[in-house]
Design a protein around this ligand. Sequence first.
Ligand SMILES: Cc1cc2nc3c(=O)[nH]c(=O)nc-3n(C[C@H](O)[C@H](O)[C@H](O)COP(=O)(O)OP(=O)(O)OC[C@H]3O[C@@H](n4cnc5c(N)ncnc54)[C@H](O)[C@@H]3O)c2cc1C
Ligand SMILES: *[C@@H]1O[C@H](CO)[C@@H](O)[C@H](O)[C@H]1NC(C)=O
Ligand SMILES: *[C@@H]1O[C@H](CO)[C@@H](O)[C@H](O)[C@H]1NC(C)=O
Length: 385
Amino acid sequence: MAMKEEVVVIVVGAGPSGLATAACLNNFSIPNIILEREDCFASLWKKYSYDRLHLHLAKQFCQLPLKPFPTTYPTYVSRDQFLRYLDDYVSHFKISPLYKRSVESAEYDEVAKAWIVKARNLSSSNNEIEVYSSKCLVVATGETSDAFIPDVPGLNTYVGDVIHSTRYKNGKSYENKNVLVVGSGNSGMEIALDLSNSGANTSVAVRSPVHILTREMVHMGLVLMKYVGRDVVDSLVVMLSKLWFGDLSKCGIKRPEEGPFASKIKYGKYPVIDVGTYQKIKSGEIQVLPAIASVRGNDVVFEDGKSQPFDAIIFATGFKRSTNKWLKGDEYLLNEDGLPKPTFPNDWKGTNGLYCAGLARRGLYGAAMDAQNIANHIKQTSLLL
Ligand SMILES: Cc1cc2nc3c(=O)[nH]c(=O)nc-3n(C[C@H](O)[C@H](O)[C@H](O)COP(=O)(O)OP(=O)(O)OC[C@H]3O[C@@H](n4cnc5c(N)ncnc54)[C@H](O)[C@@H]3O)c2cc1C
Ligand SMILES: *[C@@H]1O[C@H](CO)[C@@H](O)[C@H](O)[C@H]1NC(C)=O
Ligand SMILES: *[C@@H]1O[C@H](CO)[C@@H](O)[C@H](O)[C@H]1NC(C)=O
């Protein structure tokens, strides 16, 4: 287990946040490496997302620092276009992540005043551990690093197909099947629409209240937020949603008490940006069912005690983070769940040269800001070293 490399900055994760951070560092000629456990950058977008995915937010809120989207791009960028943009981004800023490096521990050495980072090299024959050291460490492992499926009693006895939303590509293999989507976030709602369009008899199990908005409402809210307070924007957007969608409770969907932008910042609960699912719910093509309680054979039992058979279940139940398993000795920056404790706009900076990018529940827009703040801060402090 030899010391492999010493650099100024180690970035963990080659998603959009890690790439943006590396680009800003390269812009200042600050040496850095990215350690990425997958065999490609932006793995979430390349490998773990569905075909019809588009950026949910208008393009000006999704571009990374120093390189805007091509002017020919539409307002809502598709997954393929976003990936092409990232390809150009990576070659333009000469970013070359080290792939198949899964970071298993990172610890600050008070004596050496450096971070010691251990990564498993998944491409070596015996998966050997490599050791890196750096002055600064950037956690850019994403809000969505580990797919999460809840512990449903009886799920292990289920005879149908079970997948997490990250494994869903398209509805081809689900035609004429009875499919249950668990979870009513953006992924769940869009996958339900995709399934229904592909001829699956689709149901969505909805556990908690959710805001449903249109892309335009979100766009307007984000723009207005620059001029008026969040509460004003929230009440306006909720009013518009009520006018546009009407009474959602008739379809089994409740609106949360708190406004959509407040919920997002406080609990990381994104509003659902409707891309056509609601119309299908209203017409009865997609059924809304209560939360799931347990599974028996091929029957799913719901919280109201009723049960139905399904051929497949797709869990769009979100993600967890496992940063606390590998990041040692940080009491300040990240909480148990791997999210920053300091609030915006100070969410990116820890102590001893520790930083995080893209974890403040502000999407790509927040990631771009974090990346620039981090690079600027490292530039300033490295002058003092
Ligand atoms: C379906 C979907 C749609 C979204 N749409 C939008 C949108 O329209 N607009 C928007 O602003 N945001 C959107 N987001 C939210 C967010 O912007 C994206 O998730 C974005 O990819 C986040 O980038 P990231 O780099 O922070 O994380 P990720 O893209 O998740 O990248 C993190 C990387 O870290 C790697 N990694 C994790 N742990 C380790 C480890 N221990 N060692 C080494 N590598 C590790 C992972 O393999 C991954 O490649 C969406 C999210 C999802 C899931
Ligand atoms: C890129 O570098 C230039 C010159 O060093 C600097 O003026 C600019 O602010 C940098 N951009 C970012 C986003 O860091
Ligand atoms: C479609 O799914 C719903 C909900 O599970 C079920 O009640 C209905 O019988 C199904 N329809 C068909 C044709 O299988």
